[in-house]
Design a protein around this ligand. Sequence first.
Ligand code: A3P
Length: 286
Amino acid sequence: MSDGYVWFEGIPFPVVDFTPEHMREVQENFVFKDEDVLILSFPKSGTNWLIEILSLIYSKGDPKWIQSVPIWERSPWLETMYGYKTLKDKEGPRFMTSHVPIHLFPKSLFKSKAKVIYIIRNPRDILVSGYFFWITSNFVKKPESLEQYFEWFIQGKVVFGSWFDHVRGWISMQGKENFLILSYEELKRDTRSAVQKLCQFLGKKLEPEELNSVLQNSSFQAMKENKMSNYSMLRGWLLDQKNGSFMRKGISGDWKNYFTVAQAEVFDKIFQEKTADLPRELFPWE
Ligand code: A3P
């Protein structure tokens, strides 16, 4: 763990539950099934919120599952050793999560009809969310200041690499029937419509009271209070005993409270340069 990451093909990965040999094994041997559901994201995009919503959609709003099984067991991270072991021989439809960039992903995904949801978020908010999370965690390199993390982020020297490359890679699947892009911002703005969109994509129908229960049980407050979803069980191991708080603020636009005017300008310029050829509707926050 020399520099606070494990490196695989030039991309920084977390130091816990992960080795390059293991990632090679996942890449070469994991077989997707048509009935699988895969959540993809750059870390801090709202991944766990989406897992909670999906868990509730599949249990028709009944909170028993989300209140009794930790979130990382409901939709394990494919790239972790724990996740891979759990998923590999699992019968029936599987939920899984991953932060791995497309070019390192198991190729069997692209031959399957597995449903894939990519959650995207304003990278400025991802940067701020990541900074506050990594300083309390023990599994990726800890930044010393927000200024330092800002530099790492724009250079792509953060866990899972460059946000710009991650997004560009995965959105190349846009237009495929089994691929959906959802933004954190649309989930925040109109959660009901976003959940309905998800149900349609997944071929799931909810009664009005079931939909209400999905919304209620996946709210920021409900997740903050649910120890199966708020990561409090990892305090003292992966997260700092006192300060580790995964459910931080849960809002859009918090970056405005932290970026200096100069940082905002630098970020704008880089964002424009790196995304100039991509469809603007991908970035509803801009
Ligand atoms: P903040 O740090 O900005 O609060 P991920 O799951 O990809 O690691 O993303 C974590 C971010 O999603 C955190 O953002 C967290 O607060 C936010 N989040 C988690 N559950 C949420 C919810 N139910 N509603 C809104 N935001 C949520």
